[in-house]
Design a protein around this ligand. Structure first.
Ligand code: HPA
Length: 272
């Protein structure tokens, strides 16, 4: 594994001169952030040694290097989901490579179903914590001390200072933001009404099929993390309605400008 990470990092170093300290995983609802990245350099996943290839509709696969505001950043356009059949080491491999390249801060976004009765479709939820319900742990197996400790602390998986910054930005801009706990599940089914209820009872505010593995590996590697969900459907008791991938995409597209505004400003402002 270490060899693979280094091989991939070496390849990227051979292509990119000015490496960033900040990375963004562009999930559903943040794809258009790409248009705001300046001096872009694309590296398709297909050209990167050891990289899995993205398969889902609406997720193209590129690493993008460039500038967002005053920061050098790298962005993942398209991520790898467990439900696609990748194992957890593959899902989180790009985060290992980011760390090897010197990335210190990871920004992640996703689409999620809202379970908190105060949430509305199109809301943005700043992730304050998560519950990992994936059936496989990304750190299962041999621990490489070079990558991180055997038993990582998760008491502040999501950076309090970045959450605070983001809330301030939302308030300044008059954008309604919610905050809450993200439940990560394997998918690919959306939840039954009973499952939404259960996830809410155990402390979840939103549920989705990504993010948790990447965040765990980022924290294992000592990176600071900020995450945000766009609420694309509601799993609230009494109002659980039919959900489809298309509806999720549509709701995410609608919320995209707000999400982008917060993320762009946050990346611009925070101290690396
Ligand atoms: N459940 C799981 N994943 C999701 C949902 C949901 O309701 N909405 C968007 N991604």
């Amino acid at each position: 594994m270490l060899e693979k990470i280094n091989q991939t990092a070496d390849y990227i170093r051979s292509k990119v001169t000015d490496l960033p300290k900040t990375a963004i995983i562009l999930g559903t609802g943040l794809g258009a952030l790409v248009d705001h990245i300046e001096d872009k350099q694309y590296i398709p996943y297909t050209e990167i040694p050891n990289f899995p290839v993205s398969t889902v509709e609406g997720h193209s696969g590129n690493l993008i290097f460039g500038r967002l505001g005053n920061k050098r950043i790298m962005a993942m356009q398209g991520r790898f989901h467990f439900y696609e059949g990748y194992d957890m080491k593959q899902v989180t491999f790009p985060v290992r490579v980011m760390k090897a390249l010197g990335v210190k801060t990871l920004f992640v976004s996703n689409a999620a179903g809202g379970m908190n009765p105060e949430f509305m479709i199109g809301d943005i939820m700043i992730i304050t914590d998560h519950i990992n319900l994936f059936p496989e742990h990304p750190l299962r197996g041999k621990n490489y001390n070079e990558l991180g400790t055997r038993f990582p602390d998760m008491s502040e998986a999501y950076s309090k200072r970045l959450i605070k910054h983001a809330m301030e930005i939302a308030e300044e801009k008059g954008i309604r933001v919610m905050h809450g706990v993200y439940v990560g599940t394997q998918g690919p089914t959306f939840e039954t009404p009973a499952e939404y209820k259960y996830f809410h009872i155990i402390g979840g505010d939103a549920v989705g099929m990504s993010t948790v593995p990447e965040v765990i590996v980022a924290r294992h590697g000592g990176m600071e993390v900020f995450g945000v969900s766009v609420i694309t459907d509601l799993g609230v008791e009494g109002i659980v309605e039919e959900v489809s991938h298309e509806e999720v995409q549509k709701a995410a597209a609608k919320a995209q400008p707000k999400m982008m505004e917060i993320m762009t400003e946050l990346v611009n402002r925070f101290e690396e």
